[in-house]
Design a protein around this ligand. Sequence first.
Ligand code: AMP
Length: 299
Amino acid sequence: MKTVRTFAEVRSLEQGKVGLVPTMGYLHEGHLELIETAANRCDTTVVSVFVNPLQFGDTTDLDSYPADLQRDVELATSAGANIVFAPAVDEMYANNEAVGVAVADVGDAMEGVHRPGHFEGVATVVAKLFAGIQPDLAFFGRKDAQQLALVSTMAAGLSMPVEVVGCPTVRESDGLALSSRNTRLSPGARIQAALLSAALFGAADRFARGERRAGALTTTVHERLAHEPGLALEYVEVADAASAGLIDEIIDLSFLALAATVGGVRLIDNVFLDGRDGSLDVGSRLDGQSILYGGDTCS
Ligand code: AMP
């Protein structure tokens, strides 16, 4: 395992088929699952750890983002990574403030409405990682479903020779989707946060029983989460998985997504619903407590 700071160093160490797992660090089992999947499919697995200032509108969120590179290196190694790329902001952005990547449409709804500029930041940093590291495969979580659609659209649209692979969401034992931000929830907010996935699972059950109308599914979620003090829903939407365009009826692979703030912490979650064969992907759950809370550091 090597920890390096420049693109040139990453490229000099790469051998065979290269897999990239982009992260903002403070790794949890969701990230480790991506790294394990990459390590199974690739000869060299690169994990990037970079808290990208370009994708944060809210500087408080940026400043309070947890960071511990030594911990990340140990965890990435245990999951099978060969290289951790932890660039300084200058390596990523020196001398090229005028260059950025915009992807039309796919970033417009949902997160695009509530986090202006976020997806330009994501598209730009991922394009730079793809250009500098030149991976054959890149692994992203379905947890960030709109981001996955955006990155896939960008890679195809710019003819980038990389296969973008989406991986299922990993959840805490009560269903809450793993996120580095979960560490900022107060004990009371942490209990309430589990209601988000419970509401999505309730809607997924309706889908499993044959409901295909987006409005009926989003209403199920709204009804379960209305009247929860301290929990504020930002949106609940159903979107096409490939285009992230909002839809009224589920015919193809789609996702039901929500964003909410719970005790002041912003969380997102979703379930994937496939209208073609009625199958679901609600992710997997940990048996015990997550490594986010300082326990065992093995996956
Ligand atoms: P982040 O560090 O939050 O930017 O996430 C880095 C990558 O890990 C992204 O592709 C995320 O979609 C993915 N990811 C984050 N949380 C989870 C999770 N709970 N399950 C699976 N993948 C995740």
